[in-house]
Design a protein around this ligand. Structure first.
Ligand code: ATP
Length: 368
């Protein structure tokens, strides 16, 4: 079977043009397998929610085809799509108890009372809500309200969950807890899930595959590992990873770039053809903050750079060192025990394998 035949949800050349003429989503193509956990990630306004709402049937598709199980679904209403959605705002009924909020969808579908009770009790147990079934939403914490909203989706036993920034109203600690709970629920239910967030950590920790979006265009689709180690452009490189990848512009001259007082030979970082092609042109020199070692001597497989410390930040398990190399700035993430070695000026090495070179004009990564 080809990937496309195997797809459960298919988005083919999907476009959204709002009535005011704004083109919010451009040629969105994606095939999703049954049971996959897909995360749409990108900065505010990049078109994540618009795409999700087109999948949900809450927003019409201006151009392109949306297929569920190989059947065209563009014209299907939200209910017919067998989709459950969790919103950022929770959208709970304030005058109803937790029990009734959970039961509501099933009651509408005409499910028998005793079946409803059994499912409510089971869902409440999974989400730790058994002791709160009589309470109204206002008497719950943010995290508990969020659990009710998730419960309302999973109780319907539909095959597709759509979640739009479901954790954004929670504090940092609750977010970490709910993150793993949602991942676990996904494992248990096996439902195909599309999850929208602007938080790259949520994307990295939860997704089977991530779709990175910017200005209505897909930038890259891949596993968290692929996006982290093989970003296709400077946008993805800078968006995935915390702190982000250091991206330093420099002009290539005789196969070398100069960063501050450091002259770096890129002969084994770029192939001969690229070295020729980019001679006298600007490239972006990229390296991850954590892909460095503090050392003054480098092997032939490494580059060594001298820098000046501007500021250090102890995070506990790691430390960030904000450095300058001439007028260029960068961040290094190191073992906190090494901070003493970085008090003033120091040198660090980067393995050549961990260096990324991008075209300055297009932002595209240059294959080695
Ligand atoms: P956020 O994280 O802020 O929710 P997003 O990536 O989900 O952002 P969308 O809500 O999909 O972005 O919006 C994409 C673009 O479409 C934005 O520029 C937004 O202003 C625009 N937009 C959204 N709804 C409409 C509308 N009804 N009419 C016109 N433009 C709209």
């Amino acid at each position: 079977m080809t990937e496309q035949e195997n797809a459960y949800l298919s988005l083919r050349n999907i476009n959204k043009i709002y009535p005011n003429g704004f083109h919010a989503v451009h040629n969105f193509n994606l095939d999703i397998k049954k049971g996959e956990f897909i995360v749409f990630v990108g900065p505010s306004g990049c078109g994540k929610s618009t795409t999700l709402r087109m999948i949900a049937g809450l927003e019409n598709i201006s151009k392109g085809e949306f297929l569920i199980n190989g059947k065209l679904a563009n014209e299907k209403g939200p209910r017919e799509r067998e989709i459950a959605m969790v919103f950022q705002s929770y959208a709970l009924y304030p005058h109803m108890s937790v029990y009734d909020n959970l039961a509501f969808g099933l009651t509408l579908e005409g499910v028998d009372e005793d079946v409803i009770e059994e499912r409510v009790m089971k869902t409440a147990k999974i989400l730790g809500l058994t002791d709160y079934l009589d309470r109204k939403p206002r008497a719950l914490s943010g995290g508990q309200r969020q659990r009710v909203a998730v419960g309302r989706a999973i109780i319907r036993k539909v095959g597709i969950f759509l979640m739009d920034e479901p954790l954004s109203n929670l504090d940092a600690k609750q977010r970490v807890t709910m993150r793993s709970e949602i991942t676990q629920i996904h494992r248990e239910t096996g439902a195909t899930t599309i999850y929208v967030t602007h938080d790259q950590t949520e994307a990295m920790t939860m997704a089977d595959r991530i779709v990175v979006m910017k200005d209505g265009y897909i930038q890259q689709v891949g596993t968290p590992y692929e996006l982290y180690f093989n970003p296709v452009n400077t946008f993805v490189a800078g968006f995935i990873g915390e702190p982000p990848m250091n991206l330093i512009p420099a002009v290539l001259k005789d196969g070398c770039i100069t960063v501050g007082e450091n002259k770096l030979n890129l002969s084994s970082v770029m192939n001969d053809k690229l070295l020729k092609e980019y001679e006298n042109k600007e490239v972006i020199f990229g390296f991850r903050p954590e892909a460095v070692a503090l050392s003054t001597s480098a092997s032939s497989e490494e580059l060594v750079l001298a820098c000046k410390t501007e500021l250090t930040e102890l995070l506990g398990d790691s430390a960030n060192i904000y450095i300058t190399m001439g007028e260029r700035q960068a961040i290094l993430k190191v073992d906190p025990h090494l901070l003493d070695e970085a008090e003033d000026g120091f040198s660090f090495t980067i393995s050549k394998k961990s260096v990324y070179i991008f075209d300055k004009e297009t932002g595209l990564r240059l294959e080695k």
